[in-house]
Design a protein around this ligand. Structure first.
Ligand SMILES: Cc1cc2nc3c(=O)[nH]c(=O)nc-3n(C[C@H](O)[C@H](O)[C@H](O)COP(=O)(O)OP(=O)(O)OC[C@H]3O[C@@H](n4cnc5c(N)ncnc54)[C@H](O)[C@@H]3O)c2cc1C
Length: 521
C-alpha cells in the first residue's frame, strides 16, 4: 500500500465517521406536512437534527394551504390572505410571500356601504349602511376596552355577544346582522355567541403585524410557500418536486405508541416506524376526531383541553359565469347580501382585479351553513346561490356554468378549516393543548401562542415546538412550563392563605408593642 492509498483510505474512513456523526442524534417523526409540520422539521434540520421522517396522509404537502384548478384557473380553496401586514412587526408570511414575488392584492372593505344588497333586491342607501357600521364600530371599541379590563388568565372571559348585550346592541335586522357577520364570522368562522372576547379582541395578528390583509392570487398557489420552505432542507428536483426519502406521502397515521424509551408510529397501510420523538402537527379537528390513537391514551386533562377548543368551518364557494353581470371598477370588489337568515350567502367577492375576464365569483359561508352545504349536492348549492344572485341583480342574469364547493369539515384529515378560541377556554387550558406528553410533541396553528387560526400561527408554532424539543434533546431542559387549571386554583388558594397569614402577622406585630407601651405608661 503506497502513501496515496493510505491517504485515500484515511479520507474514506473520516468521511464515514463524519457521515455517521452527521445523522447521529435522535430520530424524530413529524406527522403532517402542512405549514406547521414543515416549519418544525426545518427548524430541527437547521439545528443539526437531520434524522427526521415526515409522514403525510394526503398525496401532497401544504395541508390547508391548497390551490385547486377551477375552469382553467388555480384558486385557493384554503388559506388566501396574508393577514396582518404593515404593522409594528413583520409578519413572517408576508416576508416569504414577498420573497417569492407572489401576486397579492390589498383587500379593502372601505366602500362596502355602497355595495350592500337588500334581501329582495336593490342596494341599501349608503348612509344607512354607514350608520350601522359606525354603531358596530362603537360596540367593537367598547368590547375592546372591556376585554383589556378583564383579569388575565381568562376566568372572567365573556363572549363577543355578551359584550354586545352589555352595550345594549345585539344585531337584529338583516342589515345589522350582515355587518356583524362581516366583522366577526367572516374572520373567526363562528358567531359572536361562541367566540371569546378576551382572546380575539383585540386580535394579536392585527395588533402586532398590522391591520392590512393581502389576498394571494398566484397561479403557483399560496402553498408554494410551504414547498419553498421544504426545499430548503429536503432534496428536490430542478422542477421543485420533493424526492427526499425523509418525506413519505399517502401515510395515514393511526396509532402512536409512546414510552420513556421511544415512540412507534403505525400507519393505515400497516407500516410502522420507530423513533425517539414524534411531533404531531394535525389539526385540532383531527385530534378531536380520534383518527390517531395514542397508546397509552393522552392524560384526561390533555384530552379535555383538546376537545374544549373550537374548530370552525369556513367555506369558499367559487362560481363560474359565461359573462360578467356585477358592477366592477374601484370599490366594488366585495359586496354583501343582507338576509333575514344570518349567514345565508352573505359575503361576495369578484375577481376583476385578480383574474380579469375570468368571470368568477366567490361567496363565503361558515359554521352551520358550511356543514349544511357540505352535505347537499353541489347542484342544490348552485341553485341557492343563483337565487341569491337573482335577488341582488335581477332575473336576467346568466346561470353559473360551474361551481366548486370545498369540504373541509367532512375531510377526515382536516375536520374543519381553522381553530377559533371559544368562550370557556382560559389561557392555562390553551397551554395544555400544546404541552408535550413525554416524547410526544404537538404543533399546528391551534398551538400558536398568539396567532391560532392563521398561516403565520402555524409557521411560528412549528418553530416553537421544534425549539422546545431541541432544548430538551441538546440541553436536557425538558420541562414545559405551563400552569394547569388545578395549579392555578392552588395558587389562588395559596395566595389567599398567604395574604391572610401576612395580615395576621402584621396585626400581631403592629399591636403587640403598643400593648407593651401602654403597660409601660
Ligand atoms: C378555507 C380556509 C381559509 C383559510 N384562510 C386563511 C387565510 O386567509 N389566512 C390565514 O392566515 N389562514 C387561513 N386559513 C388557516 C390556515 O390555512 C391554517 O391555519 C394553516 O394552513 C394550518 O397549518 P397546519 O400545518 O397547522 O395544519 P394543516 O395545514 O392542516 O397540516 C396538517 C397536515 O396533517 C395531515 N394529516 C392529518 N391527519 C393525518 C394523519 N392521520 N396522518 C398523517 N398526516 C395527517 C394533513 O393532511 C395536513 O397536511 C384558512 C384555512 C382554511 C381551511
Amino acid at each position: 500500500m503506497g502513501a496515496i492509498d493510505v491517504i485515500v483510505a484515511l479520507l474514506l474512513i473520516s468521511t464515514i465517521i463524519v457521515g455517521a456523526f452527521a445523522v447521529a442524534g435522535p430520530k424524530v417523526i413529524i406527522v403532517g406536512a402542512g405549514m406547521s409540520g414543515i416549519s418544525a422539521a426545518k427548524t430541527l434540520s437547521d439545528a443539526g437534527m437531520k434524522d427526521i421522517l415526515i409522514l403525510e396522509a394526503t398525496d401532497r404537502i401544504g395541508g390547508r394551504m391548497r390551490k385547486a384548478s377551477f375552469t382553467g384557473l388555480n384558486v385557493e380553496v384554503g388559506a388566501n390572505w396574508v393577514q396582518g401586514v404593515n404593522g409594528l412587526e413583520m409578519n413572517p408570511i408576508w416576508e416569504m410571500a414577498s420573497k417569492l414575488h407572489l401576486r397579492k392584492f390589498i383587500s379593502d372593505f372601505c366602500n362596502i356601504s355602497s355595495n350592500t344588497y337588500k334581501e329582495n333586491g336593490g342596494l341599501y342607501p349608503r348612509s344607512k349602511v354607514d350608520k350601522v357600521i359606525e354603531e358596530a364600530d362603537k360596540v367593537k371599541s367598547f368590547g375592546e376596552k372591556l376585554s383589556k379590563s378583564l383579569p388575565p388568565g381568562g376566568h372572567e372571559d365573556i363572549s363577543i355577544l355578551v359584550s354586545q348585550r352589555l352595550k345594549n346592541h345585539v344585531p337584529s335586522t338583516a342589515l345589522e346582522m350582515v355587518v356583524d357577520y362581516l366583522n366577526c364570522d367572516y374572520e373567526f368562522a363562528e358567531p359572536p355567541r361562541v367566540t371569546s372576547l378576551q382572546n380575539t379582541i383585540p386580535l394579536p395578528t392585527f395588533a402586532n403585524f398590522g391591520k392590512e390583509a393581502y389576498f394571494v392570487a398566484d397561479q403557483g398557489g399560496f402553498e408554494s410557500l410551504v414547498y419553498d420552505l421544504a426545499g430548503q432542507f429536503l432534496r428536490t428536483t430542478k422542477n421543485n418536486s420533493i424526492i427526499d426519502p425523509r418525506l413519505l406521502l399517502g401515510k395515514v397515521v393511526r396509532d402512536i405508541r409512546h414510552s420513556t424509551s421511544g415512540v412507534t408510529v403505525t400507519t393505515e397501510d400497516g407500516s410502522f416506524y420507530n423513533a425517539d420523538y414524534v411531533i404531531v402537527s394535525v389539526s385540532i379537528g383531527v385530534l378531536q376526531s380520534k383518527l390517531i390513537k395514542f397508546k397509552p391514551d393522552l392524560p384526561q386533562w390533555k384530552n379535555l383541553a383538546i376537545c374544549q377548543f373550537g374548530m370552525s368551518v369556513y367555506t369558499k364557494i367559487f362560481l363560474k359565469f359565461p359573462r360578467k353581470f356585477w358592477p366592477d371598477g374601484e370599490g366594488t370588489e366585495h359586496f354583501l347580501y343582507a338576509s333575514e337568515r344570518r349567514g345565508y350567502y352573505p359575503v361576495w367577492q369578484h375577481f376583476e382585479k385578480q383574474y380579469p375576464g375570468a368571470n368568477v365569483l366567490l361567496v363565503t359561508v361558515t359554521d352551520e351553513e358550511s356543514r349544511r352545504i357540505e352535505q347537499q349536492p353541489d347542484s342544490q348549492t348552485k341553485a341557492e346561490a343563483m337565487e341569491v344572485l337573482r335577488n341582488m341583480f335581477g332575473k336576467h342574469i346568466p346561470e353559473a356554468t360551474d361551481i366548486l364547493v370545498p369540504r373541509w369539515w367532512s375531510d377526515r384529515f382536516f375536520k374543519g378549516s381553522f381553530s377559533n378560541w371559544p368562550l370557556g377556554v382560559n389561557q392555562y387550558e390553551y397551554d395544555q393543548i400544546r404541552a408535550p406528553i413525554g416524547r410526544v410533541y404537538f404543533t399546528g396553528e391551534h398551538t400558536s401562542q398568539l396567532y391560532n387560526g392563521y398561516v403565520h400561527g402555524a409557521y411560528l408554532a412549528g418553530i416553537d415546538c421544534a425549539n422546545m424539543m431541541i432544548k430538551c434533546v441538546k440541553y436536557k431542559t425538558c420541562e414545559y412550563k405551563f400552569k394547569p387549571k388545578d395549579s392555578l386554583q392552588q395558587n389562588i388558594f395559596l395566595y389567599v392563605l398567604l395574604t391572610c397569614m401576612s395580615l395576621l402577622f402584621i396585626t400581631a406585630v403592629t399591636y403587640s408593642p403598643k400593648v407593651k407601651n401602654l403597660g409601660n405608661k
